[in-house]
Design a protein around this ligand. Structure first.
Ligand code: AMP
Length: 151
């Protein structure tokens, strides 16, 4: 498999070289808004350790990222009065992957509302800032009880 490229866009976001609307960060993971949301609040969760995708990520990091995705999903349910959540994760070009640092898409859903097709809508900075603020506020009320299970 192709080696991890430290100059991918998400590695640059992790290093602070590119901006992002960050909704959650700790020593192992970062969650930020997708700039082309398929629905309002569309968030990406990534590990801090380098990993190209599902095929090379450390199992502990994968579990940790899944736990953060769960936490983001719970916050989105409240923040957007969502009816459900779609989680997506793509691997290699043939699998639909475009950015080669593992990321989990966590997308709030509403009954009867289809996802926008991928890469068709670029959100304004104002929209992203407002969505990020809603998720950060809702996260305050999401318990962190699951954390010990992942250590
Ligand atoms: P994929 O690799 O197919 O899962 O898609 C990569 C995702 O990253 C797409 O949904 C893009 O809209 C998103 N994306 C690309 N560049 C950025 C960026 N600078 N900040 C946030 N999201 C991005």
């Amino acid at each position: 498999m192709t080696a991890y490229d430290p100059n991918n866009i998400f590695a640059k976001i992790l290093r602070g070289e590119l901006p992002a609307h960050r909704v959650y960060e700790d020593e192992r993971a970062l969650a930020f808004l997708d700039i082309m949301p398929r629905a309002p609040g569309h968030t990406l969760v990534i590990p801090k350790n380098p990993a190209r995708n599902l095929l090379d990520i450390d199992q502990g990091d994968l579990g940790y990222v899944a736990g953060i995705a769960q936490r983001i999903a719970r916050a989105q349910m409240a923040a957007f009065a969502a009816d459900g959540i779609t989680v997506q994760q793509f691997n290699e070009s043939a699998g639909g992957q475009v950015v080669f640092h593992l990321h989990v898409h966590v997308i709030p859903r509403h009954e009867g509302v289809a996802l926008r097709p991928p890469a068709t809508y670029k959100a304004s900075q104002d929209e992203l800032a407002a969505s990020a603020e809603k998720i950060r506020a809702a996260l305050e009320h999401v318990p962190q009880k699951w954390e010990p299970l992942l250590r």
